[in-house]
Design a protein around this ligand. Structure first.
Ligand code: PBG
Length: 334
């Protein structure tokens, strides 16, 4: 943007006047960050333990449905509006087409119900993709080396229906197949679930920063090859606008950019161009690299968390998915 006026020259202009005390800094702040800007991603599992630590994500645990419900209560009490669920299921149920993704009595429906019982005021968002359920770790149905787009759409629509039917408020396709938003929207409409929101991972890049997450959900050891034929090339930004335009026209209510901190240029372009609620995901690798330097005493923990999240608001985000959500909300309340 161009400067709308010619600034006065020193000594009349002293920008530091507006920074001279905490009250004036608060008064002139252009953006704010509150717990209402946060979505807390929860890794859930079907293992025996209520809370099992994730080695590459210090402070993050794989949660049983019961522990997930407790986390939702914590989120509600902290003023966090929503949680997002990601499953780690027993490897034995994984197969080529991700059958577990559409089990109406599976882990995710169990967690949705437990959360809705414990904290009905909280929004529940679910990841729509097959990677957590396939024995090849890809988000879609595979034939040889190819990830089949249209065959995957049917699986995703059914998965989203199962989640919405179990009580999910938001379904969030993260698979990057073409046409998935329309397929999901049609399935929801056809089944009386027209009020369920779609938050599409519209601009999702093929990124090294998903590494710790794939460890957390157990897809890392399964994955063969990479996801570059469906997730976006990080060299591109116009392409993100085309992806977002498509998802909105297919019926997405809100969109997401992912990863987060390295992609705030994309957030800025998307939010300014489309003026729809734009979210971003501060992903596992971003969380892990910050935690690692905090553990070494190289970054001041509290300040680094708040500054990193505020950057998303400044770039134009309506909200941020972050594993720091509960800690950040506590810092904001303090
Ligand atoms: C998969 C999915 C991924 C994440 C959320 N959903 C990883 C991937 O695409 O391989 C990443 C989240 C994170 O890194 O925190 N559909």
């Amino acid at each position: 943007m161009t400067q709308p006026f010619a600034p006065a020259a020193f000594p009349y202009a002293r920008p530091r006047r507006l920074r001279s005390s905490p009250w004036v800094r608060r008064l002139v702040a252009e953006t704010t960050l509150t717990p209402a800007d946060l979505i807390w991603p929860l890794i859930v599992h079907d293992g025996a333990e209520d809370r099992q630590p994730v080695a590459s994500m210090p402070g993050v645990f794989r949660l049983s449905p019961k522990a997930a419900a407790q986390a939702a209560v914590e989120a509600r009490d902290l003023g966090i509006p929503a949680v997002a669920l990601f499953p780690n299921v027993d490897g034995a149920i994984k197969d080529a087409v991700g059958t577990g993704a559409t089990d109406p009595d599976g882990l995710i429906p169990d967690c949705i119900k437990a959360i809705k019982d414990a904290a009905p005021e909280i929004g529940v968002m679910c990841d729509v993709a097959l990677d957590c359920y396939t024995d090849h770790g890809h988000d879609g149905v595979v034939e040889g080396q190819r990830i089949l787009n249209d065959a995957t759409l049917e699986r995703l629509a059914e998965q989203a229906f199962i989640q919405a039917h179990a009580g999910a408020d938001i379904v969030a396709p993260s698979d990057m197949m073409d046409g998935r938003v329309q397929a999901i929207r049609e399935a929801l409409e056809a089944n009386g679930l027209q009020d369920v929101m779609i938050l599409s991972y519209a601009a999702k890049y093929a990124s090294a920063f998903y590494g710790p997450y794939r460890d957390a959900v157990g897809s890392a050891k399964m994955l063969t090859g990479d996801k570059k034929t469906y997730q976006m090339d990080y060299a591109n930004t116009d392409e993100a606008l085309r992806e977002v335009a498509m998802d909105i026209s297919e019926g997405a209510d809100a969109v997401m950019v992912k990863p987060g901190m390295l992609y705030l240029d994309i957030v800025r372009r998307v939010s300014e161009t489309f003026r729809v609620p734009t979210f971003a995901y501060q992903v596992s690798g971003e969380y892990a690299m910050m935690r690692a330097s905090m553990a070494n005493g190289w970054l001041d923990e509290d300040r680094a968390i708040l500054e990193s999240l505020h950057a998303f608001k400044r770039a134009g985000c309506a909200g941020v998915l972050s594993y720091f959500a509960p800690q950040a909300a506590r810092l904001m309340g303090a």
